[in-house]
Ligand binder design. Structure first.
Ligand code: SAH
Length: 324
């Protein structure tokens, strides 16, 4: 979809004034890109408990704040964009004659109007997603590559769309390796936080009889269902919208959850309830520095840790619900 983006470069103390001007012009939605937010988040990682922080964001941390507004890519939209430029020009004139006093810095008040196409950035990542072996036998291939598996390979075709899970992230590939080790043909599997559906499909290819995917993101549920059909496993795998913290009606031999450390700790006892006796929980998405906390939470909930894997800064675990 095409749209028009108007970007206004200002300064910290100019943000409110520029927004006020836009509102006075009847523009009531705008995006504020304030590098101060990035600086604050990166310097206070602990407070926000981020596990994922894209360090490339810091490259822009020295820039001026920017306010962006968006209009349809039609004649009316072009007109509105020009009106914004004129409005900001007015602000600049008021500033230049000292209308805001000397204490308030409005920054460069530079306006840029551009035509954007969101299909371009949506598809950009596709150039970097190539077939990759992520387990002993399991290979992931983008659905548009037409990769034919070699002897013994199990190929998952995937189009993750806007959901997480091309399979190439360490947290996913460790889950796949543990599924290859622990899943027995005929098992029933709960894929907790299914994303693109990749772990559900891997389970089906490894011989699971029934797989239930659950995700809190409706887009992930939609994408999973599409990928199940793409891989011809729709009779085995199903995805549904759901929040694991609110309970899911399924009891499996295996639960795979590529979630974050905090969520695994929080869910440890409810994961246990959804496992059959002797069942295995495969947990991933654990930053190695948080591994101990996760192991403790799982042991406290009554799991026995059977295996730990580590790749880069990430850890994964296989824990058994002991047959009491
Ligand atoms: N299983 C995929 C995706 C993992 S990303 C893979 O291994 O590649 C984690 C997923 O968990 C995301 O899609 C996110 O939407 C989902 N999620 C996070 N919290 C959740 C919750 N409380 N209940 C259900 N799903 C959740």
């Amino acid at each position: 979809m095409q749209y028009i983006e108007v970007s206004i470069e200002t300064a910290e103390s100019g943000v409110e004034i520029v927004l006020g001007k836009l509102i006075a012009m009847g523009i009531d939605s705008a995006e504020i890109i304030d590098p101060e937010d990035i600086r604050e988040i990166s310097s206070d990682k602990k407070k926000y408990a981020w596990d994922y922080f894209d360090e490339t964001l810091l490259e822009n941390a020295d820039r001026n704040p920017e306010i962006r507004c968006y209009f349809p890519a039609d004649e009316q939209g072009v007109g509105q964009a020009k009106r914004v430029r004129a409005g900001i020009e007015e602000l600049r004139c008021v500033r230049d004659v000292g209308g805001f006093g000397s204490a308030i810095d409005l920054g460069p008040l530079k306006v840029q109007i551009s035509r954007q196409d969101d299909s371009e950035w949506k598809d950009k990542w596709k150039e970097f997603f190539k077939p990759a072996r992520i387990g002993e036998k399991i290979v992931v291939s983008p659905s548009w590559e037409n990769y034919r598996g070699k002897d013994g390979e199990l190929v998952i075709e995937i189009d993750p769309g806007m959901a997480f899970g091309t399979g190439t992230h360490e947290t996913t590939s460790m889950c796949v390796r543990l599924l290859e080790e622990y899943l027995h043909p005929g098992d029933e599997v709960l894929d907790a936080g299914c994303g693109s559906g990749i772990l559900s499909i891997a389970s089906a290819l490894l011989g699971a009889e029934k797989v239930q995917g659950v995700d809190i993101d409706p887009e992930a549920v939609r994408v999973s269902e599409e990928n199940f059909v793409l891989n011809h496993v729709e009779s085995v795998c199903h995805a549904e919208y759901g929040d694991l913290t609110e309970g899911v009606d399924f009891c499996g031999d295996i639960i795979a959850g590529n979630l974050m450390a905090e969520l695994i700790c929080q869910l440890a006892s409810s994961i246990r309830k959804h496992l059959k006796r002797g069942g295995i929980f495969i947990g991933s998405g654990i930053l190695t520095e948080k591994e101990n906390a996760v192991m403790n939470a799982l042991e406290t909930a009554g799991f026995v840790i059977e295996k730990k894997l580590q790749d880069g800064e990430w850890s994964a675990v296989a824990a058994r619900k002991d047959a009491q």
